[in-house]
Design a protein around this ligand. Structure first.
Ligand code: NAD
Length: 524
């Protein structure tokens, strides 16, 4: 049977001319291009230049020249760019969302929410950066005659490698603190989703970011990655755990720092006292928000045996009734997966689970009638660890329900994974739920929410443990990681060696009693 999906009308802002101008900033002297497509239809939107190693080296050279001037620009002036950009990003949110939607196929709600991330990051670091980047005077080893000052120096040129699931947020938000700290950035977005980050760079330049400081290079990861990492002074990577290991290895060989934000297999524990009026919709968003393509999304739900059937019935009914469609308005509750390849990967996880004995409670099938890469919201039960989706990240709208008998068992099951990115605990007694949360081996844990509260709390570092990552974004660490520390130590008088003619024994006596006194007087 052939099916002809409904073809939504492409947003008016995404004209051929606008898209051609956006990709014109990507260097591609080799002449190779990537056909960047509209996910809902499979139509080619624009040909994206593919950068050669020489193009990447040139991008770094240009960025490095711009960085020297930028780092010498007073912080106040640097931050003024982001004050202007904050308003500009909000004013252009609808156009940004159009681009995010055409290239990723997500629904409108998720696209517009994604546009809010860079302004939130700007807002947070506009407040924090002056304090974090100011030189901090510390005590020296000898009171009064010595001092040490912690000076934050930009790393140089930061290489950012971003995935397709939140192309605008990961491409632009992670660059903002790096730029504020005085660095240049060379970004490599995913080929599929280069449009929205390219527009973000254009907006930053409209707000006054010096031209050349923020470069974008494009290409397949294994083609672009090695040159980019060889040229970079620091690498910020967001993507799969498998690729993260490759990036970390090369960064290690080059002795440069890196932050790796990787995959998850995130559990949700519903405690016996949970209010299902909140927990069921919370689980629906956690599992199916962004079509299940959120690194922090929920793939495993643990339910008390006594309330399993009640949750299962309500949850599966809600999942089955979701409005899944291709549209550029706020109607659909879930959109498409990002590509046919990814849809096939998600399907293979479901097929494998079913072949090994799992039961499909709802969904489970591709929906070519809706668009080339649509897949139904899918709820499974009977998933075990010999199934692909029992152990590895599916990264699609697929979630498994599990029973537990005791809270200890729920904690054990939730922790029984190599990943440690996000978790969610639901219960009316917030203190009890928080105590359960504290026992989970994860970088983020949300009580009575699935993921958004932790991610949106920009003041707290957010990262993964175990195989979900190294380092963090957000919080002070999210900016300071883009700096080196220079320890500027000053000695006013040469007191740290014997005076002329003084016996060493005497000097040592004075030094040791001085140490005791400093401890007594609490001098550091
Ligand atoms: P991916 O690892 O395949 O690709 C991510 C980026 O790395 C892309 O730009 C890709 O082109 C590039 N890349 C691939 N191979 C490379 C190589 N050898 N060298 C350099 N770059 C290379 O991941 P994906 O499938 O695009 O994204 C989905 C994954 O990202 C999921 O696992 C998801 O959980 C994870 N993710 C994590 C976070 C987080 O904050 N922890 C956020 C978003 C997505």
């Amino acid at each position: 049977m052939t099916v002809t999906p409904v073809r939504p009308t492409r947003p008016a802002s995404a004209t051929d001319e606008f898209l051609r101008r956006l990709v014109a900033r990507v260097p591609g002297t080799g002449g190779a291009v990537w056909p960047l497509t509209e996910v809902y239809t499979g139509d080619i939107l624009v040909e994206l230049p593919q950068s050669t190693p020489a193009d990447i080296e040139q991008a770094f050279a240009t960025a490095r020249t711009a960085q020297a001037k930028w780092a010498a620009t007073p912080l106040k002036q640097r931050l003024a760019v982001f004050q202007r950009a904050h308003s500009l990003f909000i004013d252009r949110a609808r156009t940004i969302a159009d681009l995010i939607q055409v290239e990723s196929g997500k629904n409108r709600r998720m696209a517009i929410e994604e546009t809010c991330d860079p302004p939130m990051i700007m807002s947070h670091y506009l407040r924090r950066a002056p304090k974090l980047l100011a030189p901090t005077r510390r005590g020296g080893p000898v009171p009064l005659v010595s001092s040490s000052t912690e000076i934050r120096v930009p790393k140089g040129v930061v290489g950012i490698i971003a995935p397709w699931n939140f192309p605008f947020a990961t491409g632009i938000s992670d660059a903002i603190p790096a730029l504020m700290a005085g660095n240049a950035v060379v970004l490599k977005p995913d080929n599929k989703t280069a449009l929205s980050p390219l527009y973000g760079v254009q907006l930053l330049e409209e707000a006054g970011l010096p031209k050349g400081l923020f470069q974008v290079v494009c290409g397949e990861g294994p083609d672009v990655g090695p040159t980019l990492i060889d040229q970079a002074n620091y690498v910020m990577f967001t993507g799969s755990t498998a690729t993260g290991k490759v990036i970390g290895e090369q960064a290690g060989r080059n002795l440069i720092g890196c932050c790796l934000e990787l995959g998850g297999k995130n559990p949700m524990i519903v405690l016996p006292d949970a209010d299902f009026a909140d927990a069921v919709p919370g689980a629906v968003f956690g599992a199916f928000g962004n079509t299940g393509q959120i690194c922090m999304h929920i793939e495993r739900i643990y339910l008390p045996e006594s309330r399993y059937e009640e949750f299962k019935e309500a949850f599966a009914a809600k999942a089955a009734s979701l409005d899944v469609r291709a549209a550029y308005d706020f109607g659909p509750e879930m959109g498409s997966l990002v590509s046919v390849d990814h849809m096939n990967r998600v399907k293979s996880h479901v097929d494998d689970a079913v072949a090994k004995g799992a039961t499909v409670l709802c969904g489970g099938r591709p929906r070519p009638d809706l668009g080339p890469a649509f897949f139904e919201p899918t709820v499974l039960e009977g998933v075990t660890k010999d199934m692909l989706c029992g152990v590895t990240e599916t990264f699609g709208p697929v979630v498994a329900l599990h029973r537990y008998r005791t809270v200890d068992e729920a904690v054990e099951l939730a922790n029984d994974t190599d990943y440690g990115l996000n978790a969610s605990v639901w219960g009316k007694d917030i203190r009890a739920a928080s105590a359960v949360a504290a026992r989970l081996e994860t970088g983020n844990v949300n009580v009575n929410d699935s993921l958004a509260t932790a991610y949106a709390a920009k003041g707290t570092p957010s990262g993964g443990v175990k195989t979900s990552g190294v380092g963090a974004r957000h919080g002070d660490q999210g900016l300071l990681k883009y700096t080196d520390v220079q320890n500027l130590a000053v000695l006013k008088k040469p007191v740290m060696s014997p005076r002329p003619g003084q016996k060493y024994e005497k000097y040592v006596e004075g030094m040791l009693s001085g140490l005791k006194m400093m401890r007594r007087l609490r001098i550091r």
